[in-house]
Design a protein around this ligand. Structure first.
Ligand SMILES: Cc1cc2nc3c(=O)[nH]c(=O)nc-3n(C[C@H](O)[C@H](O)[C@H](O)COP(=O)(O)OP(=O)(O)OC[C@H]3O[C@@H](n4cnc5c(N)ncnc54)[C@H](O)[C@@H]3O)c2cc1C
Length: 470
């Protein structure tokens, strides 16, 4: 029930311009970038401070309304989708950098600050925020923390977790906790990073800043088969080279980027590797030369001559998923992990599964750490297509686990993979995960129906909404 009394209560907390509701808002906030599962929110609140977030959460508890945190809504597993409706607590206006401590290489940001903004602010000091999801020009620090996001440079610099020194959390009952990695045992920061918004709402975070590399060498390498490209990935890893980034794009992605951004490539290209090495000039140069030797069978090996060319090389990788909109109205990007040595056979499996289920698939992914992103493209208005996409995705995830990998590398479980959790975790593991959740959130109001299977009140709602946009 949401009437004038509820609206007035929210206005009293965040002001009249801090609440959104109505049909267009319900439509805009009914999913994230995983558009297969949808559910409408009751309203959206836009707090500006930790105190306002805490008051919103306490109010939700009083009226027993579910609530879900939302950053930029670029999540790819349905995490910010309000599964049982209720209040979306958006971090859109929590967008300030509060302190910048250059000598100690750290910075305090509100959760709604956009990832790439952090690096821009400290670039003149020769520093950057290393986690760089390909969505970094829009995704927020809060979303990155909740998903423990990776990115092209994860191979060398790691995922988000080691770059978060401390944070402020509004717990599911409205209590405010300030956590510092160095001062607390157990390390609760590690528990909150990657918790997908189930254990509370992060409002501020101290981020570690990393020096910009002295030298960077970036190569774009074209291959006539996907197998040849994956074999070079395995060879680079086997040699013990740790590039800063080692990314693979297949022909279908390259075609989409060509259509959208005019990317040029050798006509026989079936796969492209983007390899970036960084560090001290001599070792950086030696590494990229060795990569060139290992790629001797390639169609084309191009080394970026300057910063402009390097940015053009990266355009293909960073805008690849967005460019997929040229191929079909809907895309679903999967996220599974396998040992890099199994890449050649796994990619063949991905193409075969897509053929079997009659859906288009393109691949663009973090090849160096075995983090696959099969990207299905399709028209969700055609009856039966969504079901085939879901079945194909499940087959791929099952194979990842069979090969000794995992259900997610960086996009999280959300609602998308909740039914697959038993593939990877025993019943005892799942019970332990619910205990941890219950320790923070005795009720089921904070981002319900995500990650942990069989939550009370969720079974009958699960997949009720699955299907095309209306
Ligand atoms: C084109 C594209 C490329 C992408 N590339 C990558 C990539 O390279 N690597 C990668 O890891 N991901 C990638 N993603 C996925 C996505 O961008 C990341 O998961 C990102 O961190 C989500 O941030 P967001 O602000 O959009 O969060 P949202 O989508 O709004 O939310 C994601 C989850 O975080 C929770 N949440 C949001 N804010 C908070 C908060 N303040 N406190 C607690 N919980 C919160 C939400 O409830 C939800 O569960 C990509 C997505 C797209 C569309």
């Amino acid at each position: 029930m949401f009437g004038s009394a509820e609206l007035s209560a929210l206005h009293a907390i965040v002001g009249a311009d801090g609440v959104l509701c109505g049909a267009s808002v319900e439509r805009a906030y009914d999913c994230d970038a995983y558009t297969v599962d949808r559910s409408k929110p009751t309203a959206v609140a836009l707090p500006k401070t930790t105190g306002e977030v805490a008051r919103l959460v306490r109010w939700c508890n009083e009226v027993e309304m579910p609530f879900t945190a939302r950053g930029a809504g670029t999540g790819l597993s349905g995490g910010a989708m309000p599964a049982l409706g209720g209040l979306i607590i958006s971090t859109k206006r929590l967008n300030r950098i509060l302190q910048c401590d250059i000598p100690n290489r750290k910075l305090l940001a509100q959760a709604g600050v956009v990832n790439s903004h952090v690096s821009k602010v400290v670039a003149d000091a020769g520093l950057h925020f290393a986690p760089d999801p390909s969505s970094q020009t829009v995704s927020t620090i809060g979303g990155n923390i909740a998903e423990n996001s990776g990115g092209p440079h994860t191979l060398k610099y790691g995922v988000t977790s080691p770059h978060v020194l401390g944070l402020t959390l509004v717990c599911p009952d409205g209590e405010i906790l300030t956590l510092n990695r160095r001062e607390q045992t157990p390390d609760l920061v590690s528990l909150i990073v990657g918790a997908e918004g189930l254990l509370g709402i992060v409002t501020e975070a101290w981020l570690k800043l990393t020096p910009l590399p002295e030298r960077t060498e970036t190569a774009l390498i074209a291959f006539s088969t996907v197998r040849a490209a994956t074999q070079v990935v395995s060879a680079i890893i086997r040699e013990g080279i740790v590039p800063a980034a080692l990314e693979l794009m297949d022909r279908r992605i390259l075609e989409a980027v060509r259509m959208a951004f005019g990317l040029e490539f050798h006509p026989d290209t079936e796969a492209m590797l983007l390899v970036e090495c960084d560090g001290a000039p001599a070792s950086c140069r030696a590494e990229i030369e060795r990569v060139g030797e290992l790629s001797s069978g390639a169609l084309d090996f191009r080394l970026a001559k300057n910063e402009d060319e390097r940015s053009r090389f990266w355009l293909a990788r960073k805008k690849g998923i967005g460019a997929m909109g040229r191929l079909a109205p809907t895309i679903v990007t999967h996220d599974g992990v396998i040992p890099p040595s199994r890449l050649p056979e796994m990619l063949e499996f991905v193409y075969a599964i897509a053929d079997e289920h009659q859906v288009g698939v393109a691949n663009i992914f973090h090849a160096g750490d075995g983090n696959l992103h099969p990207c299905f493209y399709f028209d969700d208005r055609i009856p039966g297509t969504v079901e085939r996409v879901v079945a194909a995705g499940e087959a791929i995830m099952r194979r990842c686990v069979e090969l000794g990998g995992s259900l997610t590398g960086e996009h999280g479980i959300g609602i998308e993979k909740i039914d697959m959790m038993p593939l990877m975790f025993t019943e005892a593991d799942l019970i332990m995960q619910s205990w941890v959740r219950r320790a923070f959130s005795p009720g089921n109001l904070c981002n319900p129906c995500k990650v942990i299977p069989n939550q009370k009140g969720c079974i009958e709602h699960r997949r009720r909404w699955r299907g095309a946009a209306t």
